[in-house]
Design a binder for this molecule. Structure first.
Ligand SMILES: Cc1cc2nc3c(=O)[nH]c(=O)nc-3n(C[C@H](O)[C@H](O)[C@H](O)COP(=O)(O)OP(=O)(O)OC[C@H]3O[C@@H](n4cnc5c(N)ncnc54)[C@H](O)[C@@H]3O)c2cc1C
Length: 407
């Protein structure tokens, strides 16, 4: 068994790995290195309640400081792992220190993709990933201010909803023909576009950003220019065009990478003593018969836990049914499963009632569900999808019949 485990990265996956290691009785040394100065924290509120000013920073913390001391975990916060010396089995930190390891867990997460358009580095232009970003954005969210969000994915739309509720004039520019196009079907995109419009947010699809124009006087952004020649006035711009795995450290150390750190079903990288979990890991899914890199709290939690069990010598295949949520206004969207490759969609309930589910099927099998304010459907769907259930389509379309009774 490994005597000394070092974890690079201090987010959801890292904390869950620590928790599992200690809960399952691992008595060896555990060291966590996180480049952010804070104890590991939850990111989802950063685009929701925290950005709205409705949640204190302390409430974001996943585990209090005493959790780490009581569980004998050495933490190096505000410290970055800058290199992995695989042969020597040690990592280098940005303060010049080296930490030896028997096993290393990479839980380095992901980071926002940068927009390459001219002017993307002007003042007043932000990306949202961490507390520091959210604090800077919040300081700019004044009622009446004009916010342009570039990217109509779930983070962009959550920020748009929050800013609108703070009284800002909000425009969302999405380059595809509909919002959230990567994850949900056209019906659900249309529902969300209508909800944002109802709240006074301008959502423009097929809007490709050409450049950001600045004010020569103060170096701040004043407008976003799109390829159709339109100019969208802005006091603040948030770029939310997706994230990329933080795998540079792994790649520099010669580990196999490609859309994240490539691991096997036991979370083990191409180096047998190095594991990866969370947003940074690209794993083979027996369930889906292909590789996945998921960006969700659930995946970070489950994979962090699976990695820990494998590190302790308990072989554990990571192949959980994925799920994800997004809160916009009073709408709670919960996505269970992955809908890619569906050949039929059935809507349960009326979107106008603002409580409904979209069921995705392939060859008659329920493969995923997006539920909006429909927690019962979502709970039942987990079991049905996991069991590869083939529901009766008429029953499925009838919201009066419980989802569990549709087989
Ligand atoms: C604004 C926002 C809203 C979100 N909302 C939702 C939601 O509603 N539902 C949902 O399921 N998911 C949501 N997510 C996604 C979710 O937060 C992530 O999937 C999750 O945090 C991934 O956890 P992780 O531990 O893999 O990585 P992270 O949480 O990114 O943690 C990785 C940590 O490692 C640190 N690190 C990186 N490199 C190094 C290094 N070399 N040395 C030391 N430390 C390093 C990073 O700075 C970071 O602190 C949201 C994300 C954001 C940004």
């Amino acid at each position: 068994m490994y005597q000394q485990i070092v974890i690079a990265g201090g987010g959801q996956a890292a904390v869950q790995a620590v928790d599992t290691l200690r809960r399952k009785g691992y008595t060896g040394g555990v060291t966590l290195v996180g480049e952010e100065p804070w104890l590991p924290y939850q990111r989802p509120p950063l685009s929701k309640k925290y950005l709205a000013g409705a949640l204190e920073r302390e409430r974001l913390t996943i585990r209090p400081e005493k959790f780490f001391t009581e569980h004998n975990v050495q933490t190096h916060l505000g410290r970055r792992v800058t290199g992995i010396e695989r042969r020597e089995h040690r990592v280098q930190l940005d303060d010049g220190r080296a930490l030896p390891y028997d096993a290393l867990l990479l839980a380095t997460g992901s980071h926002p993709r940068r927009l390459t358009a001219p002017g993307a580095d002007l003042g007043g232009v932000y990306y949202l990933r961490g507390i520091a970003d959210a604090d800077r954005i919040r300081a700019e969210c004044a009622a009446g201010g004009r916010l342009v969000v570039i990217g109509g994915g779930y983070i962009g739309l959550e920020v748009a909803a929050t800013a609108r509720e703070l009284g800002m004039e909000v425009t969302v520019l999405e380059m595809a023909d509909r919002v959230m196009n990567r994850v949900v079907c056209a019906e659900l995109s249309a529902f969300y576009e209508a909800e944002h419009a109802r709240h006074g947010v301008r959502v423009l699809s097929n809007a490709r950003v050409r450049a950001l124009a600045g004010d020569a006087g103060n170096g701040r952004v004043r407008a976003v220019l799109t390829e159709d020649g339109a100019e969208h006035a802005a006091d603040v711009v948030i770029i939310a065009v997706g994230v990329a795995a933080t795998d540079e450290l792994a790649a520099a150390a010669g580990l196999e990478c490609g859309n994240g750190i490539r691991v096997d079903e036991h979370c083990r990288s191409s180096d047998p003593d190095i594991y990866a979990a969370g947003d940074c890991a690209n794993h083979p899914s027996p369930r889906y018969g292909r590789r996945l890199r998921l960006e969700s709290v659930d995946n970070a939690f489950e994979q962090g836990s699976s990695a820990a069990l494998n590190l302790m010598g308990t072989p554990t295949v990571h192949d959980k049914l994925p799920w994800f949520w997004s809160d916009q206004y009073d709408l709670k969207l919960i996505i269970v499963g992955i809908s890619t490759g569906y050949d039929a969609v059935i809507v349960r309930g009326a979107p106008a009632a603002r409580a409904f589910s979209v069921c995705y099927l392939r060859d008659g099998e329920l493969i995923a569900i997006d539920s909006v304010n429909a927690p019962r459907d979502q709970m039942a769907a987990r079991k049905l999808i996991a069991a590869r259930g083939r529901p009766n389509l008429d029953k499925l379309a009838d919201p009066g019949i419980a989802l569990k009774d549709t087989l």
